[in-house]
Design a protein around this ligand. Structure first.
Ligand code: MSP
Length: 650
């Protein structure tokens, strides 16, 4: 730790599943963590802010297969690719100090050692798992934990699962965990403690299944090939491997462990407040000082989900309104421990009210008046009045309350404090009426002091908003020309009687035309189709020519691949005439022959016979073709099997 530092501070976000693009809900937690990290740095702490990605598990393996790439390629693309996780954090101005990927070699090797240590100390043992598995959540559940027979976390169907597996003796730690939750401030907000104790601990903590054999995309158990480590063990220990636990890549463990706080979403509090401390207890390691379970952001009253098409794209929103406005909105509007309802209307209303009217106006009016009445330079001297002490007293009170609220992670309340100061400063303009003071030389000294008081209130507010809107506070310091040593946390003391040299800058937050913006957003948010269809033909066919084509229902009696051809399938078809018809079709890429036997298809039967690979083809089978995500797709037209062979299609 450096000598001047107030101490070390270690804060983490959950590491994200790179299974789909991140939405504003994911950004919420990371922005909050970033604000906290910046606040602690501002106060003079030596901060380590960790974030990263949780890249193993069956869900990733399945998605990679679907996309036709390896799991590593799949996660690399979402983490490193264009508009991937790293790009998004850059855009959102996330000042993380370390980024861990659970596929990093040092982490994988460390997890193997950790698993072995728990096996060797007897807390991990081999058994057979049979129970219910929720694939999307990668969670095993007991019958009693299911809600209406479905996964208690996501409400989706669960499957019966049975496999040889390793178990962690979670039950052994039940009493210690209950004590930790009930009798310390380990888990906050307090409401989450009751939830954990009543829903999970009191019904009886069962041992936890901690290995899988049904898929391979995970950290292999090195002493038992075929088993991979349960993704939550792999994921939770990231908080320590990223500091150098069981690896030589880093050496920050002594300085930063135990963590000061893990910020996590409410649905993963169970993992962080029960399983995580139990595993640390098993290894006799210090527990993190705190886990804070924040609420969820819904969108227009519904859970954000890709399938519902209501995910809010942080790229679109930050491009439109600016990153600072978005960061501010998230933390100003929703109390951190509770759920919130994100709407675009609310976002714009907050920008207009707080940022354009209150903050932006105060800054632009102040610097404009400085310019107009003093050419931007506020010299020494002036004339104080009793009213000024209101501002001084309020500023000190605001700073103290802001600090207390930030230390409790109550970002929205801390920001209320800042706006108390800004509102008061705006009111001070109305009370002191600088435009009237400017009319006479006699009142110019009073005007000078009024303007200095306004500059000082803005300066203090700019310090306090730094963690939330780092770019905006920089812009404010620039227009007020605040020297570096008065931009810092320790320069909160109110001191209006200094010389100011201010310059007029661009408006910080132009007022938004809500109706217009909403329309534009609606257009931009419409998901672009990934499906492409062939352009329609311009050329017309006359009716008689069309009627000459003989379309018939045909039944597949046999189907096989054609030797030396990757493309062709050879069909033997019942066309209702009593004589088999042979058709060759270039669709081997899309179907296996055995899938098609017995199906009723559509053939155009009066085309002249053609030779393909030395075999005769008498007609053509009809299919529907399109392109999806750049890939060609083909579906044979299949008819109801009740339609007899030879039926004419017209
Ligand atoms: N990989 C695990 C975390 C492992 S930590 C050792 C995971 N990843 S996640 O990508 O699914 O979620 C990451 C975080 O985003 C979680 O804290 C989750 O609560 C948060 N959010 C996801 N959607 C959210 C909202 N709509 N609103 C607020 N937070 C939400 O869980």
């Amino acid at each position: 730790m450096c000598e001047k530092c107030k101490g070390n501070y270690y804060i983490t976000t959950p590491i994200y599943y790179p299974s789909a693009n991140l939405h504003i809900g994911h950004a919420y937690c990371t922005v909050a963590t970033d604000a906290m990290a910046r606040y602690k740095r501002l106060q003079g702490y030596n901060v380590k802010f960790l974030t990263g990605t949780d890249e193993h598990g069956q869900k990733i393996e399945d998605k990679a297969k679907e996309a036709g790439v390896t799991p590593q390629q799949f996660v690399d693309n979402i983490v490193l690719g264009e508009k991937g996780v790293l790009d998004l954090w850059k855009l959102m101005n996330i000042s993380y100090d370390r980024f861990i990927r659970t596929t990093d070699d040092y982490h994988v090797a460390a997890i193997q050692k950790i698993f072995k240590r728990m096996y060797e100390n007897g807390d991990i043992y081999k058994g057979t798992y049979s129970g219910k598995y929720c694939k999307p959540c990668e969670s095993f559940w007991t019958e009693s934990q299911l809600v209406d027979g479905k996964c208690p976390d996501c409400g989706r169907e669960v499957q019966d699962a049975q496999e040889e597996a390793y178990f962690f003796k979670l039950s052994k730690y039940a009493d210690r965990i209950q004590d930790l939750l009930e009798n310390t401030d380990f888990l906050e907000p307090r409401s989450r403690v009751h939830e954990m104790v009543n829903n999970f601990i009191k019904p009886g903590l069962e041992d936890l299944c901690v290995s899988r054999t049904s898929f391979t995309w995970g950290v292999p158990v090195d002493f038992d090939p075929g088993h991979v480590v349960y993704v939550w063990i792999d994921a939770l220990f990231n908080y320590m491997t990223a500091l150098g636990f069981e690896n030589k890549k880093y050496s920050d463990l002594n300085d930063f462990w135990p963590a000061d706080v893990h910020f996590v979403g409410k649905e993963i509090v169970r993992f962080h407040s029960i399983i995580w401390p139990a595993m640390l207890m098993s290894l006799d390691l210090p527990l993190p000082k705190k886990v804070y379970g924040h609420g969820w952001l819904n969108f227009n009253g519904e859970k954000m989900s890709k399938s519902r098409g209501n995910v809010v794209d942080p790229y679109i929103l930050s491009e439109k309104f600016g990153v600072d406005a978005l960061r501010f909105f998230l933390l100003r509007t929703f109390p951190f421990g509770s759920d919130g309802n994100f709407t675009n209307e609310l976002l714009m209303a907050t920008i207009n009210t707080d940022l354009a009217n209150t903050l932006g106006n105060l800054v632009s009016r102040t610097v404009a008046m400085n310019q107009k009445y003093f050419d931007g330079t506020l010299e020494e001297g002036g004339e104080a009045a009793e009213l000024d002490s209101d501002l001084r007293v309020l500023a000190a009170d605001v700073c103290a309350k802001y600090e207390a609220q930030m230390d409790r992670f109550q970002f929205s309340v801390a920001l209320n404090e800042v706006f108390r100061l800004l509102d008061r400063a705006n009111k001070y303009i109305d009370e002191t009426t600088p435009w009237i003071l400017a009319k006479s030389e006699d009142t110019k000294p009073r005007l000078l002091t009024v303007m200095k008081n306004l500059c000082e209130c803005i300066r203090i507010a700019a310090i306090l908003i730094t963690p939330f809107m780092p770019e905006t506070s920089e812009k404010i310091f620039a227009v007020l020309n605040v020297p570096a040593d008065r931009q810092v946390w320790d320069a909160q003391a109110y001191c209006a009687d200094v010389v100011w040299n201010t310059v007029v800058g661009a408006p910080l937050f132009p007022r938004l035309d809500v109706e217009k913006e909403l329309k534009e957003l609606e257009k931009l948010s419409k998901p672009k189709s990934t499906i492409e269809i062939e352009p329609y033909s311009e050329e017309k066919v006359d009716f008689d020519t069309f009627c000459k084509s003989d379309f018939r229902a045909v039944k597949v009696k046999d189907c096989c691949n054609v030797k030396k051809s990757d493309k062709l399938l050879q069909f033997t078809l019942d066309d209702g005439t009593g004589t088999d018809r042979q058709i060759l079709s270039g669709i081997a890429r899309f179907y296996k022959p055995e899938e098609l036997i017995g199906k009723t298809l559509v053939a155009i039967t009066n085309l002249p016979p053609r030779k393909m690979m030395g075999r005769e083809s008498c007609g053509m089978l009809l299919s529907a073709v399109h392109t999806e995500k750049g890939e060609e797709k083909l579906n044979l037209i299949m008819l109801d099997d009740a339609i007899p062979a030879g039926a004419k299609l017209c």
